[in-house]
Write a protein that binds this ligand. Structure first.
Ligand SMILES: C[S@@+](CC[C@H](N)C(=O)[O-])C[C@H]1O[C@@H](n2cnc3c(N)ncnc32)[C@H](O)[C@@H]1O
Length: 371
């Protein structure tokens, strides 16, 4: 498929190039932020499975440069709509000519961002990048050292200056064998969670890609053991036809007595001690109208009276402006439109060697070899 055809079939691929993002995934993080206000009060972040780096670009633009994108842009769009409907109020800052005052850049102090990926990642100013496998135990000390280079002690199992947010967009090379893909994806999620347990501060947040497979409820219930709030979100830029979604976990609160361990990581036989405070609460069905006009429905827990078998269903939210591009639709492009090159071509794609070998062997059909 050519660049131009992909531009038509994938509006977010085209927009990413036009707006300078290294990958279309940037829109997923921005749309998650619109809904969950992920970066409020956040200065220390770990970005797992980060290459080619569009999520790190989002972090850099919001935290380091202080740009108003994601939630901040959403809030100002809402304020503009209010102006049209209600007219200006005393709180709406305006210039004498009636135009809203331009947003200033608000860089944050003490920002620390560490990005990790198996693939090498082109540098981004202010971001520490590590080339490592998040499923390998040796990556945890590497991450702890990158976070706290001055105070790092190899005998410690957790960060001395813990982080506010861990994000993971990890995806294996999909094989098309669904059960295998879902299994490998779940292993990436466990590895990401294990790293998060070592570095998150109490109350911290964890956002990770999941594949909604058969037993995904179990995963939500497990996350609920260490986070006060677990929700599942599907950004508008994630294709509706894909089983991809994101868990958004807030309020990191491990059970009493739990210690993240590098020798016995979660997922390799670790049992969390029971914590009565974190029992799944039974909820009744309810309806709530939010300030922004959106109605939130709480379905309530299913079974009554059977304490042992309460199945906990994570709330599921679609996020991102519903009038934004549909990730599954094709869009007509003007005839004279120039197709742009990707902002950051892969630095060392896994198919590079295969291409070199094929070229050396004379091309796809052995016809291009020079004699
Ligand atoms: C969808 S891409 C991430 C896109 C990225 N969030 C961005 O915005 O540019 C998935 C990434 O997961 C990485 N990955 C897969 N398995 C990994 C592992 N075991 N350790 C580290 N990274 C891994 C891949 O190398 C790939 O770069």
């Amino acid at each position: 498929m050519g660049k131009s055809s992909k531009d038509k079939r994938d509006a977010y691929y085209r927009l990413a190039k036009e707006q300078g993002w290294r990958a279309r995934s940037a829109f997923k993080l921005l749309q998650l932020d619109e809904e969950f206000n992920l970066f409020e009060g956040v200065t220390r972040v770990v970005d797992l499975c980060a290459a080619p780096g569009s999520w790190s670009q989002v972090l850099s633009r919001i935290l380091i440069k202080g740009e108003s994108i994601g939630r901040a842009a959403w809030d100002s769009r809402q304020a503009k709509d209010r102006l049209i409907i209600d007219g200006p109020s005393i709180e709406d800052p305006q210039q004498p000519d009636g135009e809203p005052i331009k947003e200033e850049l608000k860089p944050r102090a003490g920002v620390k961002i560490v990005a990790i990926d198996l693939q090498p990642m082109s540098p981004l100013e202010g971001i520490t990048t590590l080339k490592a496998d998040i499923t390998h135990p040796s990556t945890v000390p590497l991450l702890l050292k990158a976070l706290d280079p001055d105070t790092f002690d190899p005998s410690m199992t957790s960060a001395s200056h813990p982080v506010d947010l861990v994000i993971s967009d990890g995806a294996p090379d999909v094989t098309g064998l669904h059960d295998l893909d879902i299994y490998v994806q779940s292993q990436l999620l466990w590895a990401a969670l294990n790293l998060a347990l070592c570095v998150l501060k109490p109350g911290g947040k964890f956002v990770a890609k999941i594949f909604r497979g058969k037993d995904v409820d179990l995963l939500y219930a497990q996350l609920r053991l260490v986070f006060e709030k677990v929700r599942v979100a599907k950004p508008r830029s994630s294709r509706a036809s894909s089983i991809e979604a994101f868990v958004v976990c807030e309020g990191f609160s491990p059970p009493n007595g739990f210690r993240a361990s590098l020798d016995n990581p979660l997922g390799a036989g670790t049992k969390l001690p029971p914590n009565p405070e974190l029992k799944v609460e039974k909820t009744k069905p309810s309806r709530r109208l939010r300030e922004d006009g959106i109605t939130e429905l709480e379905l309530g827990s299913e079974s009554e009276g059977d304490e042992e078998n309460v199945r906990w269903i994570a709330p599921f939210l679609a996020c991102g402006d519903l009038s934004a591009y549909d990730a599954d639709a094709s869009y007509h492009l003007p005839k004279d439109r120039q197709s742009l090159d990707p902002v950051q071509p892969p630095t060392a794609p896994p198919y590079k060697r295969a291409l070199e070998m094929r070229k050396a062997a004379g091309g796809a059909y052995g016809k291009t070899r020079k004699t």
